[in-house]
Write a protein that binds this ligand. Structure first.
Ligand SMILES: [Zn+2]
Length: 380
């Protein structure tokens, strides 16, 4: 175990690459494999931290550096005592590097070896992200786990461009890592920094990138550039390729994945951490994940449906309300709909992760995987 960021492996699957473990952060222990709900603007839309920490028992949240850097800004968040105090969240926080948003959201941008110059999507102001400045912003937030600045190319992209972007990402990771190690030695607080394996959908580039990042002996490793429009089998293949080169003793984080039925697949490929906007975003759009498949709540067949959304779910939404009521709230555009729907969808993801973890710890993961692979995805 690394002294600065201990990761304890409790059990490993005898057939797949799955493992269960404990991440020891400065803001509590996180049981892995873990799904991290996304709080883009320092809030998981529709859920108060009280609900997240209470009924849902979320141990770690993700917040977005790009958005919080632009508004309200790292200086203000630092002055307010860091993100934990600012948003009243006592448990762990992981922040991304902002790279993904700079490359997907912002307008004009110019990439150099030093970093990326971009325009805010809010007001067009020009900003620069460097490997050092994004580490500094994340330290101002007080993140438990920081990500290095990376270049996430769009999909599809040429092998030539993917290589250039990957090499730049490795260079930035070296700079960020050196800067972080120096800053970490000065700080009384405890933080970890993960570099990000890129390489688009090219196995050779993923391997080359992973091999170079491993030399940094980082606290953990992320696999990025997924969920950018590629076919799902390709995302899984890229994770498999990168994972084979990453140190077994360190946590691995697959960024921006996935659908409920994909979570066990990533775990089977050695992934310990995942995040995705799907449970919260889809909830607001009327797409609800249940243990029996997906419910599209606006459908007329739920109009007079007295049953709970998911009879097997123990969340407040499923314990107290009918599908008919949820459909009514959705049709009426009520705020409560978003709150109840998000609560359930996040709970569903966390329940899946708990099942996964339990299966690994009890030695039954291959059987669990078989069962979930044959389960229906949509409610008929
Ligand atoms: Zn529920």
């Amino acid at each position: 175990m690394s002294d600065s960021f201990p990761f304890e492996i409790q059990a490993e699957c005898r057939v797949t690459r799955a493992r269960a473990g404990l991440l020891h952060t400065a803001h509590g222990i996180v049981e892995t494999p873990v799904f991290m709900p996304v709080g883009t603007q320092a809030t998981v839309k529709g859920l108060a931290p009280r609900e997240l920490a209470g009924d849902l028992d979320v141990r770690i949240l993700l917040a977005n550096t790009y958005h919080l850097y632009l508004r309200p800004g790292p200086d203000l968040i630092r002055a307010m005592g860091g993100l934990h105090r600012f948003m009243s969240w006592p448990r762990a926080i992981l922040t991304d590097s902002g790279g993904f948003q700079v490359f997907s959201l912002s307008g004009l941008r110019k990439i150099t070896a030093e970093g990326v110059v971009f325009q805010s999507h809010l007001n067009g102001d020009t900003h620069t992200f460097t490997p050092e400045s994004t580490v500094e912003a994340q330290l101002a937030f007080g993140s438990d786990i920081l990500m290095v600045l990376d270049e996430c190319p769009e999909y599809p992209v040429s092998h030539e461009y993917a290589r250039t972007a990957m090499q730049r990402t490795v260079g930035w990771a070296r700079t960020a890592h050196a800067y972080f190690e120096q800053r970490r030695a000065e700080l009384p607080t405890r933080h970890a920094l993960f570099p990000i394996v890129q390489g688009s959908m090219f196995a050779d580039l993923r391997r080359e990138c992973a091999a170079q990042l491993v030399e940094l002996q980082a606290d953990g490793y992320a696999i990025g550039g997924l969920s950018v429009g590629e076919p799902r089998p390709l995302s899984l293949e890229m994770v498999e390729t990168a994972e084979a080169l990453l140190p077994r003793a360190r946590p691995r984080y697959a960024m921006g994945v996935g659908l409920p039925e994909e979570l066990p697949e990533y775990v089977a490929r050695g992934v310990d951490m995942m995040d995705c906007v799907l449970p919260s975003r889809n909830a607001r759009n009327g797409c609800l994940f249940t243990s029996q498949g997906t419910v599209r709540i606006k459908q007329a067949r739920y109009r007079e449906d007295v049953r709970p959304l998911d009879p097997r779910c123990k969340c407040y939404t499923c314990t107290c309300f009918s599908r008919a009521y949820l459909r009514h709230l959705f049709q009426a555009g009520e705020i409560l709909y978003a709150a109840l729907a998000t609560l359930h969808n996040v709970k569903r993801y966390l329940d899946i992760m708990r099942e996964i973890r339990h299966a690994i710890l009890s030695g039954g993961y291959p059987e669990y995987l078989q069962t979930v692979r044959s389960a229906p995805v949509e409610i008929e």
